[in-house]
Ligand binder design. Structure first.
Ligand SMILES: [Fe+2]
Length: 376
């Protein structure tokens, strides 16, 4: 039992937690968050509460725990009775994970030069294709390390699509739903379609819903160089937050615009390098100096921004922080584009990948539902 007791007062409901700390919930909030069957559809989680008809100064007549201490029952002045689950109160107070946070049973491993993974996280193609547990293991690799290899893949476009669809339908962008990645591709002018070195970056800074995952399956390789490079952007953020909190704040506040232009396409979006969630936790790293579009700040802010931006670049260009992977047919790489930066060493010869993006909400939905069903 996490809630020991509740006390109704004119200013709200005081909840005493098992650890003896307490928190006061306003009556307005409690009515707005009622989760009984009249207030919320338990199947779809859609709300039926008419938030805007609740008086801001509403005060309940009475409130108390049920016998099992699983619900708070509230009597309102209009004779209405609502309930809210104790679990919901614990979740919003941060005492337990809420329904929409992913399980943290597999803790995240952030890696830089001083803390590289001993072995590269990987899973076999067959394991992913054969079982739901295999898909969950794959997604948890990505959640933990920010990336995963898939070994023993089939080097065909059809098999790549089948592999990707084990997570969810791919995210369609101007590059299509599934796309070839090779210097032979001539219908996009992006630097990705060259043989040049590409500094570590995140993709799609010019989209508001930048890809959550990016996957490449190697179809052909006959040449030299061309290793894929990964850097853990969250580990960089953590290092900057510890060493230079002033620069971390700049990178979490200054919106950096990005753009992409080709015939009949002109995308533009912006967000801070470190985008924080409503709890103040880092949600997304965005860094792509190739695609940054022009912007100006007040002189003092600009100097601080460039200092902070260069500090990020110093970490992301430090090769000791890189994982380099020479992909060959039979291996696919998938990574979290909101966490890991990727790059590529220059190369000569032929290098042909086939890949796709996944929307972040889609892959998190798959992981959330697998965690629920497979842990039953
Ligand atoms: Fe890229």
């Amino acid at each position: 039992m996490i809630i020991k007791n509740v006390t109704a007062t004119p200013s709200g409901l005081i909840v005493l937690w098992a650890d003896q700390s307490s928190m006061t919930f306003s009556w307005f909030w409690l009515m707005d968050h009622s989760d009984d069957s009249q207030s919320v559809n338990s199947q779809t989680l859609q709300r039926n509460v008419d938030t805007f008809s609740i008086p801001l100064d509403i005060v309940a007549d009475a409130a108390g725990l049920n016998a099992a201490a699983t619900l708070v029952k509230i009597n309102w002045p209009n004779q209405q009775i609502t309930t809210i689950s104790c679990l919901r109160l614990c979740q919003v107070a941060g005492k337990v994970l809420d329904d929409e946070q992913l399980s943290n049973a597999h803790s995240k491993t952030y890696w830089l030069a001083d803390n590289m993974p001993d072995t590269l996280p990987s899973i076999s193609y067959q394991e992913v294709m054969d079982s739901e547990q295999g898909v969950l293991n794959w997604l948890e690799n990505i959640d933990c390390y920010g990336f995963s290899l898939v070994t023993d893949t089939v080097a065909t476009e059809k098999a790549t699509i089948a592999l990707a669809e084990r997570i969810a339908a791919a995210q369609k962008t101007i590059f299509g739903t599934h796309w070839p990645l090779s210097s032979d591709v001539k219908h996009h002018d992006d630097s990705a379609y060259t043989t040049d070195f590409l500094a570590p970056h995140t993709d799609a800074c010019y989209y508001y819903n930048a890809a959550g995952l990016q996957m490449f399956n190697c179809m052909e390789f006959d040449g030299s160089g061309g290793e894929s490079v990964l850097v853990d952007g969250f580990a960089i953020a953590r290092a900057i937050r510890e060493e230079r909190p002033d620069l971390y704040e700049v990178l979490s506040k200054v919106a950096v615009p990005g753009h992409y232009k080709e015939s009949a396409v002109h995308l533009a979006a912006e967000r801070p390098t470190f985008r924080l969630d409503r709890r103040g936790e880092l949600e997304q790293v965005s860094f792509n100096n190739y695609d940054r579009s022009p912007f100006i700040l007040a002189a003092q802010d600009q100097e601080k921004f460039y200092q902070a931006y260069a500090e990020f670049n110093r970490h992301s260009m430090n090769q000791e922080n890189w994982i380099k992977i020479g992909l060959r047919p039979g291996t696919a790489l998938i990574f979290n584009n909101w966490r890991c930066l990727h790059g590529r060493m220059g190369y000569s010869g032929r290098r042909y990948f086939y890949g796709c993006y996944h929307d972040r909400a889609d892959y998190q939905s798959r992981m959330r539902t697998l965690q629920k069903t497979l842990s039953l």
